[in-house]
Design a binder for this molecule. Sequence first.
Ligand SMILES: C[S@@+](CC[C@H](N)C(=O)[O-])C[C@H]1O[C@@H](n2cnc3c(N)ncnc32)[C@H](O)[C@@H]1O
Length: 479
Amino acid sequence: MADPFALGVAFEEAQDPDDRTRRGAWFTPAAVARLLVDRALSAWSGPRPPRVVLDPSVGGGAFLLAAHERLPEARLVGIDIDAGAVAVTDEALAGAGATDVVVVHGDGLDPSSTPEGADLVVGNPPFLSQLRTATTRDDDRRVRLRGWYGEAAEGYVDESGLFVLAVSRLLSPGGVAVLVVPEALLATGSAARMREEVSSRCGVEVVWRDTDGVFPGVPTCALLLRRVRRGGVEGARTGGDSWAALLADDVPLVADPVPGATRTVGDLATATADFREAYYLVADHVREARPGHDDPRITPVGLIDPAHHRWGATTVRFAKQRWERPVAVDLPPAFLATRSGPKLLVATQTKVLEALVDTVGDMLPTTPAITVRTDRPWHVGAALTSPVLTALAARRHAGAARTRTALKLSAAQVLALPLPDDGPAWDAAAEAFRAAHDTTGPDERTHLLQRCGASMWTAYGLEADPAATGWWSDRLPRR
Ligand SMILES: C[S@@+](CC[C@H](N)C(=O)[O-])C[C@H]1O[C@@H](n2cnc3c(N)ncnc32)[C@H](O)[C@@H]1O
């Protein structure tokens, strides 16, 4: 017969787009399914080949077809919530000559419809973000998931995270799984309970990253889980707190905890991030600045560079328009009171941590900028601007931002970053950071930021790492 993978492709293309979005039905190309099955098999260390292979959201059957090519003797089990997908997979597997096949129409998250003790699990579970209306679960489903997965199913955890959890439970001891997931799952707080439980029974690795845009729009990777064998450890177990470091191979390694760190930003500062509501409120009050104005200067993250406020030097998009010198007029006094005054602004969704001191107190940051208040803005700003903290944050929080090269931290995560003891090196860094604010040329500013960075290595009690400094320096904006 014709290529059995082609049946799934034709089926996927024929689906209603809304229905497809609701079920997260984006199938995996044959080449990627084959590659990931091979990754799973190379992690298999059992005394015999895997006997039962499962895909709990089987779609057109790409993963089971790839598994059948490598393991013609294995039983193939597939589940899908879509009856059409079940029929297509059945037909495709029959066409490929597989005979030991069970494809079930059901919910892959329902423990009563999944087999116990699968040796190998492969697949690409549906990505159903709970922050998008089209894919939000209804109350019924919320209650059911809570019953099956307890606290891990509370809040906004993406459905794909619950598939990872389900798979970690049903893998046989020594079993291996490879699952395609959104990278955000490795870092986001909403999946923390899932990660904790999975880490308690499995070693976790990243074995593939979608650098070619196979799944457009969402940074995607493949996780490998190895279920710990009874009475022994199979593969290193990963800390459940965050798996972000698994994505950060290309980020220079900075010891975490930092040996010379005695406290955190939270010991010297408070930090807040505005909600979307504040953005909409400011959007209703934006104007172009008149000469001689003294209105708060609206400062979206695009106008925050390290030690450099770009307001007035470039145009910026805000509230669906482009502005030259945006200010906010007639804001409610109570709203303004909590936002004015000297502060440190920290941009996120950027390639390095970018801190800027507002000595006058007239900058009005908008989401996702973070406002840090401290008596020692130059010192805290110097630390935040250092290569040490950018590398550390990139490892701690990889995968959380909208793009692969960007960093995204919450206010609480900024407060948890380490600070060193007082000393001359930190003072020198703070001085260079302050001087960088006063320069107008990008070269001089870069030079001062590099001096600040060099002193911060010493302040943290670390040997300056030229590779890490170079990596950070290449990412600094120069404008
Ligand atoms: C991203 S597609 C992947 C399909 C296949 N594993 C592949 O990689 O080609 C996700 C599939 O999950 C199915 N699905 C969505 N929710 C499900 C659920 N709760 N249980 C089982 N399947 C589900 C969809 O119908 C869709 O076929």
